[in-house]
Design a protein around this ligand. Sequence first.
Ligand SMILES: Cc1cc2nc3c(=O)[nH]c(=O)nc-3n(C[C@H](O)[C@H](O)[C@H](O)COP(=O)(O)O)c2cc1C
Length: 233
Amino acid sequence: MDLFHSINRRKSCRKYDMKSLNEEQLLEIREVIKEFDILNNTAFNYRLETKIKGKFLVEAPHYLIISGKGEPGELENIGFLFEHLILWFDEHDIGSVWLGSATGIEENKNDIIGIAFGYSTESVHREENQFKRKKLKEITNAPDDPYMKAILYAPSGMNLQPWYFEKSDDHVLVYKQKLKLPFSKIYKLTDLDMGIALCHYQIASKKFNKEFHFERKEDNFSKKGYVLFGEIK
Ligand SMILES: Cc1cc2nc3c(=O)[nH]c(=O)nc-3n(C[C@H](O)[C@H](O)[C@H](O)COP(=O)(O)O)c2cc1C
């Protein structure tokens, strides 16, 4: 599984061939989800659907609806684990897109996020120069570090890229941006975005044969406009 390669070419797919994947493929997806690393031990569930509700939806043959239990840490864990699946889809030429306000038709108050997926009528990959992103120095103090390019390409809700990775000799401090109005009112999935960025960092660590240990840490004062989210060692 070379998910690192997929980091550099993945894109959100919003045009699907409505032909369903077969049962064997859907079983493979269920099996591969069990193999991906997690960030913490919070509980989550997911279910496969063909119809969903929500805003900013994309018509697709399949959806995953992921739910939690309201536990602290579950959002970043879901972002971390299921971003592996998003990259796995890319590796298998299957298009996908996170859907921030998706819920099942039979609504469950614990539904957190959806993912649309399926084959596409167009390429599900992009060239590196087609990523629309902040400048590297806006998301890190170490723009030449190859790990940081992996984070730069991570998807985020409304493409806000709400992270800053501050590298020192023996650790990296991970900061979460404090959203300003109107985003702070309407967007509640920043922790999930943080998990997605950490997934890209972890995949880069594997690529460069380095261990990845992440620990949550919090403070409100160490960086203007940001809160401390955690530390990578
Ligand atoms: C948590 C989250 C929620 C998202 N929600 C939606 C959505 O509701 N509708 C949509 O079309 N795209 C959604 N996206 C996709 C983002 O708009 C997209 O990742 C971002 O613009 C960057 O583009 P890229 O994924 O093509 O690199 C979401 C992405 C994330 C990570």
